[in-house]
Ligand binder design. Sequence first.
Ligand SMILES: *Cc1c(COP(=O)(O)O)cnc(C)c1O
Length: 448
Amino acid sequence: MNELLAEFAERAGRYLSGLQTRSVPPTAEALEALSRFTEPLPERGTDAREVLRLLDEIGSPATVATTGGRYFGFVTGAVLPAALAANLLAGVWDQNGAYRVMSPVAAHLEEVAMGWLLDVLGLPADAGAGFVGGATTANIACLAAARHALLRDAGWNVEEDGLFGAPRIRVVVGDEVHTSVLKALSLLGLGRSRIERVPVDGQGRMRADAMPELSGDTVVCIQAGNVNTGAFDPAEEVCAAARAAGAWVHVDGAFGLWAAASPRLAPLAAGFAAADSWAADAHKWLNVPYDSGIAFVRDAEHLRAAMSVGAAYLLAGDDREPCHYTPDMSRRARGIEIWAALRALGRAGTAELIERCCRHAARFAEGFRAAGHQVLNDVVLNQVLVSFGDDETTRRVVAGVQADGTCWFGGTVWQGRAAMRVSVSSWATTDEDVERSLAAVLRVAADG
Ligand SMILES: *Cc1c(COP(=O)(O)O)cnc(C)c1O
């Protein structure tokens, strides 16, 4: 085992130190070599070191260097050293994060991490949380809690009796709702197309003045951080209207909720703490390994009622049981990495991580503008949308940048126009990475 671990450490170190010099996307040769994995299931076993060698030699070159400093696609965090080390040690422990009796340390660290997260994200200190696989699962868990609460108020037990014959629930969303919220609604029997969509403004923000009359049977889904522009919905107005009507407000705050961790950026997240539930990612901006998200619910009992089951052999104790708040039972002890990331960063380091990414995004926007390209969004957070002319030209530049390999950016369509998306979400991105990436993009754009 020690030999295997030593070899692992050497290979892991080589991979990480190679990130600075390699192409961000894998080369064509690396992709071609993946066919070496395609073989019939071997009859006999293979030595673990040989398995590791195959994985590293064929697998490592075919990765995308998302944990380096020059990957700006989607909203993709890297992995902080402390979070990676915690993930590896937790892997050695192989703890099941479901029940306290299975792993006292996992349950305890999860509870500590929960308190720290509520603190750093500016959410109510007595809210509850489930540690799930990402913001999609967090949206599902939060909306299940909303469904439970609204139907319970209507005299219906949805967990026991299901949705057939249940009183209706209205769902109000902004027109820029993230597709994962629609997935959650479909899984929960609330439907993707019976929702009421509210028009948005030029930044993708829900227009509070165009919101329908709310009622006590309504869930309003707002977002902190539009996936393209980084814009925030008007939480104060929406939450005030919802409170007056007895409606439930759910926040998809996958990455944007992290603005609250920075005193300078916190005004963007003002008003969101008045909601009833919040979905956030840890694998995006907190830079912990996949898969990691958190479902926060103001009244933890609603989440617990929606998620918990019992059986005679499942020995639930008096303390908080992790799996009473999640769709999963057996799972990775995800709270450990979150604890490690926050312990390593501290409050100041967390704020600095968020602010640094936003500063890099502003520099990208400035660099594009200076070269005569049009930035399509107000750069308020870590997201930039840039056009290089007509849609065809923009798409050609995006493809050219991806082929160049210095860095990686994705494309999108923003309010009818093709754009290149910039998302700065990695702790590892330096000023030099930004300048190198900017130069690569401007070179490709100038070459037409
Ligand atoms: C990324 C994202 C999601 C989905 O999160 P996953 O962690 O990929 O499940 C949901 N909403 C927003 C706004 C996002 O950016």
